[in-house]
Each structure stands twice: as C-alpha cells, then as structure tokens.
Ligand binder design. Structure first.
Ligand code: HOZ
Length: 431
C-alpha cells in the first residue's frame, strides 16, 4: 500500500503539533511506521489520504457502534448545525439526552454533561472527595481513566503503550493520593484499605478493562468492590466511558448486575462528537455546583451538536437493539481467530466481552496488568502491520480494544479472518 500522502502530512504535522499527533497512541510508536491520516469514514470503512480503504475496528476508539457517518446521526448533526452550534445556556437537547441515559441506567438519578471522558472522571473523583471528606482514591494498575493527574499512576492506554505508565508533571502530593490495586484481586484492595483506614474517598474501576487490552472482570470482583464500598463508606465509580452502551444498553453495570454510586460516560453517548458525562446517586450528585459546594463547569458542556449526535445514536440503539447481532458477529470473529491461532500454532490468548475483543501474544491467561504486559508487543506490531497491509485497521497498540460495529458485514468479517490467516503465516515465516 502506498502511504505517501499520509507520510507527507505527518512530516508537516510534526512542524506544528508535538509528535505530529493530538493523542499519543495515534502515533504508531509501538507498532512502527507512521500514522495514517484519514479523510473519510462510512459504515465499517475509512479511507486514508492516499485513497486506501480499511475495514475499521477502532471506530474512533469506541464511539462508532453504528459505524461511521450513520445517515440518521449525520442528519441530526446537520439539522442542529443550521439551528445553532452553541449557546452556553441550557437547551432541551441536554435534558433529552440526560433522560435517555437515566432511562437505561437506573443507578443514575442525576447526570451532568461534560466534553470528554477525562473531564467526567476528574469531576467524579472531585465529587467523591467532596462527599466523603477523604482524599485518597484507589484505582487499578493498567486501568485508564483519561489523562487527569490523579489517574496517571500506573495508567493504561497510551501511557502503557509508550511504556511510561507514570507521568512526569504529576505532583508527588497527587501521586500519593492515588493508590493502585491489582485488577481482579480483591485482596489487594483490602490490603490498601488496611494501610489507609478511613482515608479512601473512591474506588474507580473500568468494569471491563479496555485500556490494557481487554480484560474482563472475574466473577465476584465487582460484587466484592460493591461490598467493600458499602462497608467502608467509599464511593464506587464505574468508568463506563468505553463500556457504556457498548457491552449492552445498560452498560457493564447491567451486564454484571452491580449498581455503582457514580458512573462516568463518553464515547457512544456523543455519537462521535466530543462528549463526556458523569452521574449517579442523588445525594452525591446534589453536592455539585450550583446545588452544592463541589465546583465543576464547562463552556461547551452539553453542546447542542454533541447532544444531537448522542440522542440520534442512542435512539437508533434503543429502537434497533443491535446487541444480539453484535454478540453473534463478535463471537464469529473470536471463534475464527481461535481456529487461525490453532492452525498457525501461535501462542496467544483472546479476550472478549460483547463487541470488545483483544488478542494478546502470550500463553498466559490475561487477568490483570501483570499478565497483560507478558504479551509480546513486537509480535503485535508484526500482526498489526500485516493486517493494515491487507486493509484491516486495528488499534495501533496491543493495549487497546478491537471494536465490532453494527456496520460490519459478514463479508467484512470473513475478509478480516482471511487477512489474519495471512498475517499469521507471514509472522511464522519471519521466525
Ligand atoms: N485513550 C484512547 C484509547 N483508549 C485513545 C484516544 C485517541 O488517541 O484518540
């Protein structure tokens, strides 16, 4: 494939943008080569600046459960753009989106819209601190909750991709307030609690970890967290930025039957436009400004264009219920991937929750950060490059998810499976 136009754009971008990208994991650093500059998306496909077409399994990192440019979502954005793009005042649209989310997530009494998942998680822990009067939080190694200072301690996603899960620039004080437990390990949480009695404001968790690759929560892990939070008066925050409306209409909390105290959302609820939200129990949410003393604000919060795109997306999801079909397609892919791996005799572990999939090049079972990083990232890089050459766009990092959308056709899936077979053959020849 020719990538001349992308390469030229990358050279130009680097003159004005740090590293040529506006989010580090896009830079292809861990898979080699240069990032591709995309120009158009439609359904399951996107096209780069050289006109190459790809079957897209990144879906803008999760929002595109319906694929790119769903006609009804595009229509909603166009209609709204003509009416108004922003007021900085309340609008009916934000009330409608709030009602839609509340309707399917009973743990949410009140919800506030923001402009990104990072804002949502930052605000949620401030609120938890304000509510409990405590300062420390517990997160899990390899989980990623955006790039707020408190979360950049043993973080996943781009931080893990680039091998720097702790970031300079985070003050020692902030770092001291973030405690890291092991995903799927309740004992590690109990240990932190014993060492920090009555000091923990919140436990924040991705109920399906999606930023150290996909790591499902084990049976009883989330229940265990719920029990601990009830016992200790700690606010349980589910970061459902990725899983909300992805693993089911009511998110992971519906799938696992657990009610968190607060939930953070983003991605799908913005239909591909910049959105985040956090919501939960009334008595906690009522502490938010202007009702209460915990301050939080945003010029573009509840932005009408983003609300219109989110409402259109959720309306389609609610009317069409794509989840059974997504499950079928994703299981089909995973089964075929397992057969490919067996045929090629490649040691790998697959994980999947609904339409979130991941392939780790390790023979270990992946249950947490420590086991996730046993994956041979050089193998992932070869795999990624071969798939890309065959026109299949996967996340340019081992530590991200592969997302299947309602727009992927049977032919797309079969072409992907065939591309993988070729990739594995090529990898075996390299060895
Ligand atoms: N942190 C995002 C994926 N988990 C990547 C965002 C982006 O590069 O757009």
């Amino acid at each position: 494939m020719i990538h001349t136009a992308s390469n030229d754009l990358f050279t130009r971008a680097k003159q004005s943008i740090p590293g040529g990208v506006n989010s580090p994991v896009r830079a292809f650093r861990s898979v080699g080569g240069h990032p591709l500059f995309m120009t158009r998306g439609e359904g399951a496909y996107m096209w780069d600046a050289d006109g190459n077409k790809y079957i897209d399994y990144v879906g803008s990192w999760g929002p595109f459960i319906l694929g790119h440019s769903h006609p009804k979502v595009v229509e909603a954005i166009q209609k709204q753009a003509v009416i108004a793009t922003s007021f900085g005042t309340p609008t009916e649209l934000e009330v409608e989106l709030a009602e839609m989310v509340k309707g399917v997530m009973p743990s949410i009494d009140l919800i506030r819209m923001v402009s990104s998942g990072t804002e949502a998680t930052m605000s949620a822990i401030r609120l938890a601190r304000g509510y409990t009067g405590r300062e420390k939080i517990i997160k899990f190694e390899g989980c990623y909750h955006g790039h707020g200072d408190s979360f950049l301690i043993k973080a996943g996603s781009g931080a893990l991709t680039l091998g720097a899960p702790d970031s300079p620039g985070v003050t020692r004080g902030t770092a001291q307030d973030t405690l890291n437990a092991r995903y799927n390990d309740i004992a590690s949480v109990e240990m932190l609690l014993a060492m920090n009695p009555r000091q923990i404001a919140a436990i924040i968790v991705e109920p399906v970890a999606g930023n150290m690759g996909v790591v499902p929560a084990k049976d009883k892990f989330l229940q265990g967290l719920r029990k601990i939070c009830d016992r200790e008066g700690i606010v349980l925050i589910f970061d459902e930025v990725m899983t909300g409306f992805r693993v089911g209409i009511g998110g992971a909390q519906e799938l696992y039957g657990i009610r968190p105290d607060l939930t953070t959302l983003g991605k799908i609820i913005g239909g591909g436009l910049p959105v985040g939200a956090f919501g939960g129990k009334r008595e906690i949410m009522e502490l938010l400004s202007p009702l209460g003393p915990v301050y939080q604000a945003g010029t573009l919060s509840g932005n009408p264009l983003a609300m219109a795109a989110g409402i259109a997306t959720l309306r389609i999801v609610m009317e069409e219920n794509p989840y059974p079909e997504l499950e079928k397609k994703s299981a089909y892919l995973a089964d075929a991937f397992a057969a490919n791996l067996q045929q090629a005799e490649i040691a790998a572990t697959q994980t999947r929750v609904g339409s979130m999939l991941c392939l780790f090049f390790t023979d270990r079972q992946v249950v947490d950060y420590e086991s996730a990083v046993t994956s041979k990232t050089t193998k992932y890089a070869s795999y990624f490059t071969s798939m890309l050459d065959s026109g299949v766009y996967l996340a340019p990092s081992q530590f991200e998810a592969m997302f299947v959308s309602a727009a992927h056709s049977q032919d797309d899936l079969d072409r992907t499976i065939e591309a993988q077979r070729e990739a594995f053959n090529a990898m075996n020849q390299e060895n």
